[in-house]
Every structure is written in C-alpha cells, then in structure tokens.
Design a protein around this ligand. Structure first.
Ligand SMILES: CC(C)(COP(=O)(O)OP(=O)(O)OC[C@H]1O[C@@H](n2cnc3c(N)ncnc32)[C@H](O)[C@@H]1OP(=O)(O)O)[C@@H](O)C(=O)NCCC(=O)NCCS
Length: 328
C-alpha cells in the first residue's frame, strides 16, 4: 500500500511571448535548423523581453497553480523557488514572488540546484509537510537563461530558453500523492557546466577582465554522457526503491534538454514513446522550469489522469540529479 505525506493540488506555467526559432538563430550564428533539430530536438524557444525578471514569470505560474488548488496566496506558509537566474544576487526570487502574489504569511527562499531546482524543492516540500509544521507550500522552478547565454557561442545558445512553472503542495488526501523522491549531487564535476563570474570567486567588479565568465559555459559532450548515466540512475533507483517497473508508469516526464538523452533514459526504463512527454521542441532547455512546465502541460492537456503514476527525472549543473514518483 502506497503511503503519501503530500500531494500536488495545482500546477501552473508561464513563458515569455517572444519566440526565437532555429531559423532566427541561423541568422545570428553559424548553425542551421537541421543541425539543431537532429542533434537536440529543439525547434524554438521563448525569450524574455528586457525588463522582465524571473520572478515575473514565477508569479504568473504561481497564480495559475493557486487558482487550480483553490488556495489564496495568503494561505501559503512557504515558497521555495528553484532557480539559477534569480532577479538579483539577493534577495531571493522567492521573496519577489511572495510580494508579487501577496503571499504575506509565507516564508520564502531559493534553491540552487540548476535544472534539478524544482525536484529538489518538491522533495523539500514533501518532507516539510510530513513534519506537520507546513500545510500549503508553493514550489517553483523558473529561469531567464537568455540573460546568461553567450549569443555568439553556437554550442550553447541554441539549447536554452526562458520560462517558469509552479506546483502547490499540500497534505495528501490519502488516495494520491508523492510516492518517493531521490536527490543526488557530485560537486567534483562542477567545472563541466557553470557560470564562473558574478560570485565571490570572480566578482562583478572583475567583469571587464573576463566578460565571457558571465555566460553559461559547458562541455556539451561530457555533460551529455553524465546526463544519460545520472538520469538513468535517478530513474531506475526511484522505481526499484518503490517496487515499480516501466509498465506501471502512465507518463515519464524527463528534464527537457535533448531528445536523444530522453530517448536513452526511456529505453533504459523500457517505457514506450507514447508514455514519454516531450515539449522541448517548443521551449528548449529551460533548466529548473523544464519539469514544472512539462508537468503542467501534461496535466492540462489530459495526458495525466487521476490515479496515474508519473515519473519525473532531472539532471543539471553541480552536477545534480533527481527524481520524483507521484500518484496523481
Ligand atoms: C550540445 C550538444 C547538442 C552537441 O551535440 P554533439 O553531438 O555532442 O556535438 P559536438 O559537441 O560533438 O559537436 C559536433 C560538431 O558540431 C559543431 N556544432 C556545435 N554546435 C553547433 C551548432 N549549434 N550548429 C552547428 N554546428 C554545431 C561543433 O563545433 C562540432 O564541430 P567539429 O566536429 O567540426 O568540431 C550535445 O552535446 C548535448 O546535448 N549535450 C548536453 C547538453 C545539455 O543537455 N546541457 C544541459 C544539461 S542540464
């Protein structure tokens, strides 16, 4: 018999209006729609207009999630925002969201786990609700990666996009909820994917010495290799820990980074194509926003029904990797 502490009662997502297609990118760097589509599966991505911050997208996603959960913002007791592109170094993007939605009774903080930010937040929320101290938690994942993208580097600029997603997490009704979570990190691999500038090691005052340090930097081929093995670990571990196989899954929601990575994990899990959710063609890799946007779209488009078992798996800088198994 499955035991649950918490359940997801509402989801929401938001992306900026502006769309940048592969053909648009081919006018900016030496690339092509054909190369991007066949190597990654991405066709277009959404890019935030100047003046829009990560918390603006987060607040929009939060309002949709709260409306579905039929919960007033004032009833939230905690806001956890997974992001590596907060509005400012400090305060947290979660505090900006708190103010924008009027969640006056909540505590708010960010989680820095790159593309795993949402699943790390979900694990935290699930465990905090289990203590009985928290009842209404808003978990967000959101990014404006376009602001840390080197638009002259064809190896990275074709991959990423902007957006946010949110979930309201509340005590389980006993019939559905979070079955299990799994989170891991390996800091010895931090050099393969990072943004070196802007922190205490290389502060903004030194920006002129190395402007490229303020852009996302990645060893794509190495990251690909680790993404496949770490997400494979996250997926198979959570399934076996809870006594499930691929046959039990109604839907597999992977971090939307590269179609070839997603297909490799699905094959390892023995999950057929029709049970694999894909929306990276529309959004690219939106880091921490990737899973909650996909979860929201899967639910709102009828791909997830009541009682379905859904697996979510992510991988990101750190490295970090994570999975969550949910009875919806
Ligand atoms: C980035 C990625 C798509 C590159 O695909 P790949 O098949 O590994 O390609 P390679 O890096 O081996 O590059 C192959 C060639 O394409 C070129 N290339 C790279 N980007 C290109 C682009 N946008 N357009 C055209 N050619 C490109 C390279 O310069 C290289 O040329 P060379 O052989 O003459 O040196 C792939 O490595 C990947 O998806 N990595 C994981 C990225 C990721 O998911 N990161 C986030 C994790 S959360």
């Amino acid at each position: 018999m499955e035991q649950y502490s918490s359940m997801i009662t509402g989801t929401g997502s938001a992306v900026p209006e502006k769309v940048l297609t592969n053909d648009d990118l081919a006018k900016m760097v030496d690339t092509s729609d054909e190369w991007i589509r066949t190597r990654t599966g991405i066709r277009e991505r959404h890019i935030a207009e100047d003046g829009i911050a990560t918390s603006d997208l987060g607040a929009r996603a939060a309002q949709e999630a709260l409306a579905e959960a039929n919960l007033a913002a004032e009833e939230l007791d905690l806001i956890i925002f997974g992001t590596i592109t907060p509005d400012m170094y400090f305060p947290s993007a979660a505090c900006f969201v708190q103010n924008k939605i009027g969640a006056n009774n909540a505590a708010a903080f960010d989680v820095s786990a790159a593309c795993c930010g949402f699943l790390y937040g979900l694990d935290l929320a699930d465990n905090l609700i289990a203590t009985g101290k928290y009842h209404n938690i808003l978990v967000l994942g959101g990014e404006i990666l376009s602001r840390i993208t080197d638009w002259n580097d064809r190896a990275t600029c074709v991959l990423f996009g902007d957006g946010a997603g949110a979930a309201v997490v509340q005590p389980s009704d006993g019939k559905r909820g979070i079955v299990g979570n799994y989170i891991k990190s390996d800091g010895s691999l931090a050099h393969l994917l990072n943004m070196p500038g802007g922190g205490s090691l290389l502060p903004p005052s030194k920006a002129a010495e190395d402007p490229k340090s303020f852009y996302l930097q990645m060893e794509g081929r190495e990251v690909f290799r680790y993404a496949v093995s770490c997400m494979g670990d996250a997926a198979t571990t959570i399934m076996s820990q809870n006594g499930f196989t691929g046959d039990d899954l109604a839907l597999f929601i992977s971090h939307q980074a590269n179609i070839r990575i997603i297909q490799a994990i699905a094959k390892r899990l023995n999950v057929p194509d029709e049970k694999v959710f894909i929306n990276l063609d529309k959004y690219g890799n939106t880091s921490a926003a990737s899973i909650p946007i996909a979860l929201n779209e899967a639910r709102k488009s009828g791909r997830i029904k009541s009682g379905d078992l859904v697996l979510m798996v992510a991988f990101g800088a750190g490295f970090t990797w994570a999975s969550s198994l949910v009875r919806m």
